[in-house]
Design a protein around this ligand. Structure first.
Ligand code: NAD
Length: 258
């Protein structure tokens, strides 16, 4: 097991990629705190981990609120005595609108969760990661932080911001023994992927999304979780400030048509 005796905090751990990371980290011996806004899904993840013999706790928290994040980190340390791994995974999709039609509220909502949420979680976790020694932060960007599409301004800006935040923070905490890296997923089969689509719309869109991927299929949350495990454990001990692209080849293409 690669994460024995480690304490990991996974934001947005109730669904999708975060859920897969929480489950895999627990299988690898970590004690896992699943954080999120939605109690039902977070508790379901925790119950699955416990049924499989692992240790997990759900803490309700909105990552865009400083008071929530401070309480989340304190609860983690009070419960498990330390914090070794922070996985900043919580995020929301974009507005789907052109920039000129995007409202200030829509813009703020995306940036608050996706970018400020990363900032707040890092800020409150760092003292504990420093104290633990060999701390790890895993951020979550997206292929849309590297290449963009019309209608993705807020989401793409938030995800590009995460790539920059990852590099800056990696430099700031390198001598504290904390490594900071960033996942860059392509299309992954999670609730976010199909948000706002009817079943019929999803059936129409899914083959197009799969075909846009050079590998010809959409990624599975578990495939991103395995990349997160690599970043969390000693296998990546000389890696910091770096993006880890897990995208089925999407960023290797110069266009979305074959
Ligand atoms: P998801 O919707 O299943 O997961 C997002 C999770 O974050 C949910 O559990 C949600 O409740 C939680 N969350 C949202 N706002 C929150 C808040 N304010 N505070 C706490 N928790 C909050 O989608 P996912 O695809 O698993 O997304 C996980 C991460 O991966 C996101 O950062 C997303 O941007 C990124 N990502 C996803 C894809 C994809 O294709 N699915 C691609 C690239 C990047």
């Amino acid at each position: 097991m690669k994460l024995c005796d480690k304490v990991a905090l996974v934001t947005g751990g109730g669904t999708g990629i975060g859920r897969a990371i929480a489950v895999l980290f627990a299988q690898e011996g970590a004690q896992v705190v699943v954080a999120g806004r939605t109690e039902a899904t977070g508790i379901a993840t925790v119950n699955d981990i416990r049924r499989a013999g692992g240790t997990a706790l759900f803490v309700r928290a909105d990552v865009s609120h400083a008071a929530d994040v401070e309480r989340l980190v304190e609860t983690t340390v009070n419960q498990f005595g330390r914090l070794d791994i922070l996985v900043n995974n919580a995020g929301i999709g974009g507005t789907g609108t052109l920039l000129a039609e995007t409202t200030e509220e829509e813009w703020d909502a995306v940036l608050d969760v996706n970018l400020k949420g990363h900032f707040l979680c890092c800020k409150y976790a760092i003292p504990h990661l420093r104290a633990a020694g060999n701390g790890v932060i895993i951020n979550t960007s997206s292929v849309l932080g590297c290449l963009t599409l019309p209608g993705t301004s807020a989401y793409s800006a938030s995800k590009a911001g995460i790539l920059a935040l990852t590099k800056v923070l990696a430099l700031e905490v390198a001598r504290d023994g904390i490594r900071v890296n960033c996942l860059v997923p392509g299309s992954v089969d999670t609730p976010m992927m199909w948000e706002g689509l009817t079943d019929e719309e999803r059936r129409a869109v899914e083959p197009l999304v799969a075909d846009a991927e050079p590998v010809g299929r959409i990624g599975r949350p578990e495939e991103i979780a395995r990349a997160a495990l690599f970043l969390a454990c000693e296998d990546s001990s000389f890696m910091t400030g770096a993006p880890l692209i897990v995208d089925g080849g999407l960023l290797a293409k110069i266009a979305t048509v074959r």
